[in-house]
Write a protein that binds this ligand. Structure first.
Ligand SMILES: [Ca+2]
Length: 277
Protein backbone atom coordinates (compact mmCIF):
# COMPACT_ATOMS: atom_id res chain seq x y z
CA UNK A 1 0.00 0.00 0.00
CA UNK A 2 2.78 2.42 0.97
CA UNK A 3 4.74 1.70 -2.20
CA UNK A 4 1.65 2.22 -4.35
CA UNK A 5 1.13 5.60 -2.77
CA UNK A 6 4.74 6.63 -3.39
CA UNK A 7 4.50 5.47 -6.99
CA UNK A 8 1.40 7.57 -7.41
CA UNK A 9 3.22 10.64 -6.05
CA UNK A 10 6.17 10.17 -8.43
CA UNK A 11 3.86 10.02 -11.43
CA UNK A 12 1.94 13.02 -10.20
CA UNK A 13 5.19 14.99 -9.77
CA UNK A 14 6.22 14.45 -13.38
CA UNK A 15 2.79 15.43 -14.58
CA UNK A 16 2.79 18.64 -12.53
CA UNK A 17 6.26 19.64 -13.69
CA UNK A 18 5.10 19.42 -17.29
CA UNK A 19 2.04 21.51 -16.64
CA UNK A 20 3.93 24.22 -14.73
CA UNK A 21 6.41 24.53 -17.58
CA UNK A 22 3.58 24.94 -20.07
CA UNK A 23 1.97 27.64 -17.95
CA UNK A 24 5.23 29.61 -17.63
CA UNK A 25 5.13 30.39 -21.31
CA UNK A 26 1.73 32.01 -20.85
CA UNK A 27 2.92 34.59 -18.32
CA UNK A 28 2.57 38.10 -19.67
CA UNK A 29 4.76 41.09 -18.93
CA UNK A 30 3.14 43.14 -16.18
CA UNK A 31 5.87 45.78 -15.74
CA UNK A 32 9.22 46.64 -17.33
CA UNK A 33 11.85 49.16 -16.27
CA UNK A 34 14.43 50.04 -18.94
CA UNK A 35 15.83 53.13 -17.11
CA UNK A 36 16.37 54.94 -20.40
CA UNK A 37 14.91 58.20 -19.04
CA UNK A 38 17.28 59.52 -16.32
CA UNK A 39 15.58 60.25 -13.01
CA UNK A 40 12.34 58.46 -13.96
CA UNK A 41 11.40 55.68 -11.54
CA UNK A 42 8.03 54.77 -13.01
CA UNK A 43 7.86 51.59 -15.07
CA UNK A 44 8.57 52.19 -18.75
CA UNK A 45 5.96 49.55 -19.67
CA UNK A 46 3.03 48.54 -17.50
CA UNK A 47 2.59 50.20 -14.11
CA UNK A 48 4.81 50.30 -11.08
CA UNK A 49 7.32 52.45 -9.28
CA UNK A 50 10.88 51.91 -8.10
CA UNK A 51 12.83 53.49 -5.23
CA UNK A 52 16.30 53.04 -3.86
CA UNK A 53 16.92 51.55 -0.39
CA UNK A 54 19.54 51.79 2.31
CA UNK A 55 20.91 55.24 1.49
CA UNK A 56 22.52 54.30 -1.82
CA UNK A 57 23.06 57.03 -4.41
CA UNK A 58 21.75 56.99 -7.96
CA UNK A 59 23.59 57.73 -11.17
CA UNK A 60 22.77 57.33 -14.84
CA UNK A 61 25.05 54.90 -16.71
CA UNK A 62 25.27 53.04 -20.02
CA UNK A 63 22.58 50.39 -20.47
CA UNK A 64 22.71 46.69 -21.19
CA UNK A 65 23.15 45.39 -24.76
CA UNK A 66 19.99 43.37 -24.05
CA UNK A 67 17.99 46.61 -24.20
CA UNK A 68 17.32 47.30 -27.92
CA UNK A 69 16.13 50.89 -27.40
CA UNK A 70 18.14 54.05 -28.02
CA UNK A 71 19.18 55.99 -26.05
CA UNK A 72 19.91 53.12 -23.69
CA UNK A 73 20.77 53.87 -20.06
CA UNK A 74 20.78 51.87 -16.83
CA UNK A 75 20.14 52.60 -13.16
CA UNK A 76 23.51 53.01 -11.45
CA UNK A 77 23.67 52.49 -7.68
CA UNK A 78 26.66 53.27 -5.45
CA UNK A 79 27.35 54.22 -1.85
CA UNK A 80 26.55 50.81 -0.36
CA UNK A 81 27.04 49.97 3.35
CA UNK A 82 30.60 49.52 4.69
CA UNK A 83 31.94 45.98 4.79
CA UNK A 84 30.15 43.83 7.37
CA UNK A 85 27.29 46.26 8.09
CA UNK A 86 23.57 46.58 7.30
CA UNK A 87 23.03 43.33 5.36
CA UNK A 88 20.00 42.99 3.09
CA UNK A 89 19.11 46.67 3.35
CA UNK A 90 20.72 48.39 0.36
CA UNK A 91 19.55 48.24 -3.22
CA UNK A 92 16.27 48.93 -4.97
CA UNK A 93 12.57 48.20 -4.42
CA UNK A 94 9.92 47.74 -7.11
CA UNK A 95 6.27 48.28 -6.18
CA UNK A 96 3.61 46.60 -8.32
CA UNK A 97 0.05 47.72 -7.66
CA UNK A 98 -1.48 44.23 -7.81
CA UNK A 99 -1.30 40.91 -6.01
CA UNK A 100 -0.23 37.94 -8.10
CA UNK A 101 -0.86 34.21 -8.21
CA UNK A 102 2.33 33.74 -10.24
CA UNK A 103 5.26 36.14 -10.64
CA UNK A 104 8.67 35.91 -12.25
CA UNK A 105 11.51 38.42 -12.15
CA UNK A 106 14.29 38.83 -14.67
CA UNK A 107 16.88 41.60 -14.94
CA UNK A 108 20.35 42.48 -16.18
CA UNK A 109 22.96 43.28 -13.55
CA UNK A 110 26.50 44.55 -14.00
CA UNK A 111 28.73 44.81 -10.94
CA UNK A 112 31.98 46.76 -10.77
CA UNK A 113 35.11 44.96 -9.41
CA UNK A 114 34.60 46.30 -5.88
CA UNK A 115 30.80 45.92 -5.69
CA UNK A 116 28.94 43.20 -3.79
CA UNK A 117 28.36 40.22 -6.07
CA UNK A 118 25.73 38.45 -3.99
CA UNK A 119 22.15 39.64 -3.80
CA UNK A 120 18.91 38.51 -2.25
CA UNK A 121 15.40 39.04 -3.60
CA UNK A 122 12.77 39.81 -0.95
CA UNK A 123 9.01 39.94 -1.47
CA UNK A 124 6.58 41.94 0.69
CA UNK A 125 2.80 41.68 0.58
CA UNK A 126 0.35 43.54 2.78
CA UNK A 127 1.45 44.29 6.33
CA UNK A 128 3.61 41.17 6.75
CA UNK A 129 7.37 40.95 6.82
CA UNK A 130 9.41 40.61 3.66
CA UNK A 131 10.02 37.00 2.66
CA UNK A 132 13.17 35.73 0.96
CA UNK A 133 12.47 34.48 -2.54
CA UNK A 134 16.08 33.47 -3.26
CA UNK A 135 19.70 34.57 -3.51
CA UNK A 136 21.69 35.10 -6.69
CA UNK A 137 25.44 35.30 -7.37
CA UNK A 138 27.04 37.38 -10.10
CA UNK A 139 29.90 35.34 -11.52
CA UNK A 140 31.68 37.98 -13.61
CA UNK A 141 32.24 41.70 -13.15
CA UNK A 142 32.31 44.42 -15.78
CA UNK A 143 29.58 42.96 -18.02
CA UNK A 144 25.80 42.76 -17.79
CA UNK A 145 24.71 39.33 -16.59
CA UNK A 146 21.11 38.12 -17.07
CA UNK A 147 19.51 37.07 -13.77
CA UNK A 148 16.11 35.51 -13.14
CA UNK A 149 14.08 34.16 -10.26
CA UNK A 150 10.59 32.67 -9.92
CA UNK A 151 8.83 34.43 -7.04
CA UNK A 152 5.64 32.35 -7.20
CA UNK A 153 6.54 30.08 -4.30
CA UNK A 154 6.52 32.88 -1.70
CA UNK A 155 3.36 34.68 -2.83
CA UNK A 156 0.61 34.80 -0.23
CA UNK A 157 -2.50 33.15 -1.72
CA UNK A 158 -4.73 35.47 0.30
CA UNK A 159 -2.88 38.72 -0.32
CA UNK A 160 -4.48 41.72 -1.94
CA UNK A 161 -3.11 45.09 -2.90
CA UNK A 162 0.48 45.95 -3.77
CA UNK A 163 3.41 43.55 -4.14
CA UNK A 164 6.87 44.85 -3.21
CA UNK A 165 10.03 43.24 -4.57
CA UNK A 166 13.45 44.18 -3.21
CA UNK A 167 16.82 43.44 -4.81
CA UNK A 168 19.41 44.10 -2.09
CA UNK A 169 23.00 43.20 -1.26
CA UNK A 170 23.55 40.03 0.74
CA UNK A 171 26.49 38.83 2.80
CA UNK A 172 28.37 35.54 2.87
CA UNK A 173 28.00 33.25 5.86
CA UNK A 174 30.83 35.19 7.58
CA UNK A 175 28.78 38.40 7.40
CA UNK A 176 31.03 40.07 4.81
CA UNK A 177 29.99 41.35 1.39
CA UNK A 178 31.57 39.17 -1.31
CA UNK A 179 33.19 40.50 -4.45
CA UNK A 180 33.77 38.92 -7.82
CA UNK A 181 37.53 39.36 -7.53
CA UNK A 182 39.76 38.71 -4.53
CA UNK A 183 43.23 39.99 -3.77
CA UNK A 184 46.14 37.58 -4.05
CA UNK A 185 46.37 37.46 -0.26
CA UNK A 186 42.82 36.13 -0.13
CA UNK A 187 41.17 39.24 1.26
CA UNK A 188 38.18 40.77 -0.44
CA UNK A 189 38.23 44.01 -2.38
CA UNK A 190 34.67 45.05 -1.53
CA UNK A 191 34.18 48.79 -1.30
CA UNK A 192 31.05 50.88 -0.67
CA UNK A 193 31.84 52.92 -3.79
CA UNK A 194 31.41 49.82 -5.96
CA UNK A 195 28.64 50.21 -8.53
CA UNK A 196 25.64 48.14 -9.53
CA UNK A 197 24.03 48.78 -12.90
CA UNK A 198 20.48 47.50 -13.33
CA UNK A 199 18.67 47.30 -16.63
CA UNK A 200 15.72 45.51 -18.26
CA UNK A 201 13.96 44.70 -14.98
CA UNK A 202 10.98 42.64 -16.15
CA UNK A 203 8.13 41.16 -14.13
CA UNK A 204 5.95 38.51 -15.75
CA UNK A 205 2.97 37.06 -13.98
CA UNK A 206 -0.69 36.45 -13.44
CA UNK A 207 -2.66 39.05 -11.50
CA UNK A 208 -4.69 37.57 -8.67
CA UNK A 209 -8.40 38.18 -8.88
CA UNK A 210 -9.42 40.85 -6.36
CA UNK A 211 -12.27 38.78 -4.92
CA UNK A 212 -11.86 35.12 -4.00
CA UNK A 213 -14.37 32.91 -2.31
CA UNK A 214 -12.81 30.83 0.47
CA UNK A 215 -12.61 27.11 -0.26
CA UNK A 216 -13.23 24.93 2.83
CA UNK A 217 -10.72 22.13 3.41
CA UNK A 218 -11.32 19.05 5.52
CA UNK A 219 -8.60 16.71 6.79
CA UNK A 220 -8.72 13.06 7.82
CA UNK A 221 -6.06 10.62 9.01
CA UNK A 222 -5.60 7.56 6.83
CA UNK A 223 -3.09 4.71 6.76
CA UNK A 224 -1.11 6.59 4.11
CA UNK A 225 -0.98 10.02 5.71
CA UNK A 226 -3.16 13.08 5.97
CA UNK A 227 -5.96 13.15 3.42
CA UNK A 228 -6.98 16.67 2.46
CA UNK A 229 -10.29 17.09 0.69
CA UNK A 230 -12.13 20.08 -0.67
CA UNK A 231 -15.27 20.42 -2.74
CA UNK A 232 -15.19 20.69 -6.48
CA UNK A 233 -15.92 24.36 -7.06
CA UNK A 234 -16.23 23.96 -10.78
CA UNK A 235 -12.62 24.95 -11.40
CA UNK A 236 -10.36 22.61 -13.32
CA UNK A 237 -7.39 22.88 -11.02
CA UNK A 238 -6.40 23.99 -7.54
CA UNK A 239 -3.18 25.15 -5.92
CA UNK A 240 -2.31 23.62 -2.56
CA UNK A 241 -0.33 25.84 -0.16
CA UNK A 242 1.52 24.87 3.01
CA UNK A 243 2.77 27.11 5.81
CA UNK A 244 4.07 26.91 9.39
CA UNK A 245 1.43 29.34 10.70
CA UNK A 246 -1.80 31.00 9.68
CA UNK A 247 0.14 34.13 8.75
CA UNK A 248 2.58 32.14 6.57
CA UNK A 249 4.98 32.31 4.88
CA UNK A 250 3.08 30.14 2.38
CA UNK A 251 4.74 27.94 -0.20
CA UNK A 252 3.08 25.96 -2.94
CA UNK A 253 2.83 22.21 -2.51
CA UNK A 254 1.62 21.82 -6.06
CA UNK A 255 -1.07 22.50 -8.62
CA UNK A 256 -3.58 19.70 -8.35
CA UNK A 257 -6.17 18.41 -10.73
CA UNK A 258 -8.09 16.46 -8.12
CA UNK A 259 -10.10 17.45 -5.07
CA UNK A 260 -8.04 15.21 -2.81
CA UNK A 261 -4.40 15.26 -1.72
CA UNK A 262 -2.35 13.01 0.53
CA UNK A 263 0.27 14.66 2.71
CA UNK A 264 2.87 12.67 4.69
CA UNK A 265 2.71 12.93 8.45
CA UNK A 266 5.76 14.38 10.19
CA UNK A 267 6.65 16.03 13.48
CA UNK A 268 5.88 19.56 12.30
CA UNK A 269 2.52 21.29 12.43
CA UNK A 270 1.39 22.63 9.07
CA UNK A 271 -1.44 24.83 7.88
CA UNK A 272 -2.93 24.26 4.44
CA UNK A 273 -4.82 26.48 2.04
CA UNK A 274 -6.39 25.81 -1.30
CA UNK A 275 -6.81 28.43 -3.99
CA UNK A 276 -8.42 28.18 -7.36
CA UNK A 277 -6.90 27.92 -9.84
CA1 LIG B 1 18.18 50.51 -20.64
Amino acid sequence: MQQNWKGHLVRLGVFLATMVSARTAELREVAVWNFNAPGVFQASQGSGEARVLGGVSVTNLTGSPADPLSPNASLGLWGFPPQGTAPRSAGVEFVLADAFSRLQLSFELRVSPTACSRLVVLVGQGAGDFVEAGTLEVTQDGVFIPMSLDLSGVLDPLSSGATRIRIVTDTRSDGLYPTVKSRSDGTGVYGPSGVWRLDRVVFRGVVRESVEEPIPVSAALTADGLALEWPDSGAERFTLWKGPSVSGPWSTVGILYHTRSLEPLDEAMWFYRITSP
